[in-house]
Ligand binder design. Structure first.
Ligand SMILES: NC(=O)c1ccc[n+]([C@@H]2O[C@H](COP(=O)([O-])OP(=O)(O)OC[C@H]3O[C@@H](n4cnc5c(N)ncnc54)[C@H](OP(=O)(O)O)[C@@H]3O)[C@@H](O)[C@H]2O)c1
Length: 255
């Protein structure tokens, strides 16, 4: 199949491109900047979702689009909402028959600006004219480790009460690839990590693994955001699809 992956050079997108190429598909990785290398069977197309530049050429003959693009945490609207609108219009013109969107577990229940943007992005997909599937994932192990790496520069790690269920991005990429080669579900699927864990315990695992000297700072985030995180708004213990790699195992063998 001819499949385009927008954001195909990002944390998730690059893995999706690799997984689809490994399965023998003709894969386009779409992003603004070409990567240093791509797997055999994949090509890069320069595309800007904010302006729409490059989209028509990149989607010629494409049957399925996986959108794994992302924008900066403050101001992701242009890429995720406006970009989705532009992408879907170009997909319709090109005759794409399946759009696979990537989203986040719990976005409707956790009041954060970025999550409101993700809700708006999902709405664009649902009311768009291209048959669709949305895969909601929990936080990637990479993101959690990146957060700890950033705050540890100040010798602190966040230990406020929050439940997370992080997942290995490789396992999410396989789930995305499975959906991409199937029929549009016109619905949302989920993939979550193997365990629901307090943020402070993830911080302690990260500190033990890296040997960094940093204090895990306890606390309670105020307001609705704090309440939502404490009650596990970003987790789903009942999700049928579950990764198997724990955060501690991933730290030993990050991929
Ligand atoms: N990270 C997580 O923990 C997590 C968890 C669940 C779901 N998700 C979702 O998964 C998706 C991918 O996230 P990620 O963390 O893998 O993203 P990422 O690593 O930040 O990658 C973003 C990708 O988007 C491309 N991009 C950015 N601006 C663009 C533009 N204007 N036009 C075209 N391409 C653009 C980037 O390439 P260029 O900069 O070269 O354009 C890059 O390939 C997002 O929808 C995110 O909400 C993420």
């Amino acid at each position: 199949m001819k499949i385009a992956v927008t954001g195909g050079t990002g944390t998730l997108g690059a893995r999706v491109v690799a997984e689809l190429a490994r399965r023998g598909h003709d894969v386009g990785a779409l992003s603004r900047t070409a990567p240093a290398a791509l797997p055999t069977g994949a090509r890069h197309h320069a595309v800007d979702l904010v302006t729409g530049a490059g989209l028509d050429d990149a989607l010629r003959g494409v049957e399925v689009v996986v959108d794994a693009s992302n924008g900066p945490p403050n101001g992701a609207d242009d890429v995720l909402v406006g970009g989705t609108r532009r992408l879907l219009a170009a997909e319709r013109a090109a005759g794409v028959r399946h759009h696979v969107g990537v989203s986040i577990v719990g976005i409707g229940d956790v009041p954060m600006g970025y999550y409101r943007t993700k809700v708006a992005q999902e709405e664009e997909i649902v009311r768009g004219e291209v048959p669709w599937t949305i895969l909601r994932a929990t936080q990637f192990h990479d993101l959690v480790a990146m957060l700890f790496g950033a705050t540890s520069r100040y010798r602190v790690l966040p230990g406020f009460r929050a439940l997370l269920q992080p997942v290995a991005v490789d396992e999410v990429a396989v789930a995305v690839a499975d959906l991409a080669v199937g029929s549009p579900r016109l619905g949302r699927e989920e993939i979550v990590g193997p365990e629901v864990v307090e943020l402070r315990d993830l911080a302690r695992s990260w500190r033990a693994h890296t040997g960094r000297r940093a204090m895990v700072v306890p606390g309670r985030l105020p307001g609705g955001l704090g309440r939502a995180l404490r009650r596990g708004g970003l987790t789903d213990r009942a999700a049928p699809a579950r990764g198997t790699t724990t955060f501690a195992a991933w730290l030993e063998h990050p991929t």
